[in-house]
Design a protein around this ligand. Sequence first.
Ligand code: CA
Length: 231
Amino acid sequence: MQNKINVLLIEDDRSICSYITTALSSNGYRVTSAITAAEGLSLCASLCPDILLLDLGLPDMDGLEVISSIRSWSSLPIIVISARSKEQDKVEALDLGADDYLTKPFGPAELMARIRTSLRRRHLSVQDSKYKALELEVDFDKRLVTLAGQEVHLTQIEYQLLTLLAENSGKVLTYSHLIKSIWGPYMDTNNQILRVNMANIRRKLEQNPANPQYIFTEIGIGYRMRENERS
Ligand code: CA
């Protein structure tokens, strides 16, 4: 029992706070909560939690500032929980270093799944050299992509995009993060070139590109690859 996962929750809405605390506690997590950013930041430094759940709309500071502040000294997983449905907020939170986000309202099952994914990703100390999900396999060492055992031929850019997504499977990568990673910081952040390449990748991997099984679109935000079954 001493190995409970410590969750820090920064949320000023007391009813949501107690809902999340109850849900997490009954699933075996230890939860500490704060209702202001200042209190949360201080608890974060003193408790060294395993994961942070962060509301963006806090009374004393914007949640986005909390992310920047924590990222200046810690790489702990941060999941944003927010009523804000504006895509720009989610993009900013992810670009500032949040690992994931959940839009309120959300159910306990989804919350648990996101927490498990974020924790698991952090615990992969050495990057796995293979990605596998359903019939797709990517062998990073051999630079080999297979679908149901058949080699898939990708261009250099398509392969780079696929491996970036596969290495971060389960996590949303924003359009600008993908563009900067592949084409460099001076690339126009116009998404057209990214969309064309993603369409080509999907045509090669997905049985039905309109209903993808491997690479999911988070509309207005970016792409999320199906979680690696090996991790
Ligand atoms: Ca709030």
